[in-house]
Write a protein that binds this ligand. Structure first.
Ligand SMILES: Cc1cc2nc3c(=O)[nH]c(=O)nc-3n(C[C@H](O)[C@H](O)[C@H](O)COP(=O)(O)OP(=O)(O)OC[C@H]3O[C@@H](n4cnc5c(N)ncnc54)[C@H](O)[C@@H]3O)c2cc1C
Length: 339
């Protein structure tokens, strides 16, 4: 069990800045995110696109904003629990007991939900029976490409992830790339590269085909694919990888007894608390009159929620407002040594 002052759900830009605001006032946070990387929508949906409305940063990208936010919270040595979705929240005396899908348990007097539009989840095969092979023979993300060394792999999808992984894995495995259309959606250069590799005999391409059936008991041994005319082909395969993009699901958040309004959580704008004491919501997931779904609004919301967390995390201390410019204790927390 991990005890902390605040559990932050969501490692998007707003969750990251909340960690900074908590750190400045001496509160420790742990961060959980369902994605395998830090940065929320900025990293998952538009890492290379320019953003022009972050205060005092005339231009940055989703990726550089995330990197800067991470740099800013470095002094607080925050633990990130990635690839984990918060499933359950239960009140236990003065704390919240938070359980993830990997059965990790946190105990904290405060929770800040910075869950954006919900957790990002991979779009999966809709084929009956596919579920039982998940994480054994069927994968929707890759943690270690070496697990696929010298294996037969069928990769489904036509976007950047499918193309990139087909190119990468063709160096160490026997790859068949299957896509339901003849044209790929990913960048042209990757589309050209897979066609080149096919010509060189380094991978196979099957288009326009879709998955039709899976064969195997514990693990997959082969699959069949079908084209629009009904033609069926069998492929002997050890692993099936699906890259069909992500869907956003509010997911377990709807089961935590919080008031909800059109898939958002209404908050009190004085402190961004929800209808439950010690549970705050900030960023895209919160709603209040006049709410703007912008990163800069989320930063302000995190600053106020952090101060409110102080009361429950340090019930016997009085919170003192301080400027970073002049406060010695804040500068100590940031590890700044005065010349
Ligand atoms: C194409 C595009 C361009 C944009 N351009 C701009 C712009 O120019 N300026 C601007 O200000 N805004 C812009 N935005 C909006 C901006 O990206 C969002 O306002 C911002 O990302 C919200 O941040 P957040 O931290 O609240 O949520 P998110 O970035 O959505 O992050 C939430 C995180 O919470 C995680 N999560 C959710 N539920 C759980 C759970 N139960 N357990 C674990 N993890 C969970 C998710 O996996 C996700 O990583 C743009 C958005 C898009 C899509």
């Amino acid at each position: 069990m991990i005890k902390t002052d605040v559990l932050v759900i969501g490692a998007g830009p707003v969750g990251l800045f909340a960690v900074h605001q908590l750190g400045l006032i001496g509160l420790k946070a742990e961060v959980v995110d369902n994605l395998d990387k830090i940065g929320g929508q900025c990293i998952e949906l538009y890492p290379d696109k320019p953003i022009y409305d972050i205060p005092a940063l005339p231009e940055c990208t989703g990726e550089s904003l995330t990197n800067n936010l991470l740099e800013q919270i470095k002094p607080f040595k925050t633990n990130f629990h990635l690839n984990e979705r918060v499933e359950q929240i239960i009140k236990e005396n003065n704390n919240w007991k938070i359980t993830t899908n990997k059965k990790k348990i946190f105990l904290a007097p405060n929770i800040i939900i910075a869950g954006g539009v919900g957790s990002f989840e991979p779009r999966k095969f809709s084929l009956e029976g596919a579920e039982k092979f998940e994480n054994k023979s069927i994968f929707y993300s890759i943690k270690d490409k070496n697990n696929f060394k010298n294996k037969k792999i069928s990769i489904f999808g036509g976007g950047d992830s499918a193309l990139d992984w087909a190119i990468e894995l063709s160096k160490l495995a026997e790859v068949t790339l299957v896509h339901r259309r003849n044209e790929f959606r990913g960048v042209e250069s990757s589309g050209n590269k897979v066609k080149e590799l096919e010509k060189e005999g380094k991978l196979k391409i099957k288009t326009p085909f879709q998955i039709n059936s899976i064969e195997g008991k514990e693990n997959i041994t082969s699959i069949t694919i079908k084209d629009e005319s009904g033609k069926i082909e069998k492929i002997s395969t050890d692993y099936v990888l699906g890259f069909f993009g992500l869907i956003m699901k509010l997911g377990p958040i709807v089961e935590w007894g919080l008031n909800l309004e059109k898939k958002t959580i209404p908050v009190n704008t004085e402190n961004f608390q929800t209808n439950k004491e010690g549970i705050f919501a900030i960023g895209d997931i919160c709603s209040y009159p006049g709410k703007l779904k912008l990163i800069l609004s989320g930063f302000h919301e995190g600053a106020l929620a952090a101060r409110a967390c102080f009361k429950l995390a340090r019930p016997n201390e009085k919170y003192r407002f301080e400027f970073t410019t002049t406060s010695k204790s804040v500068q100590d927390r940031l590890g700044i040594t005065k010349k």
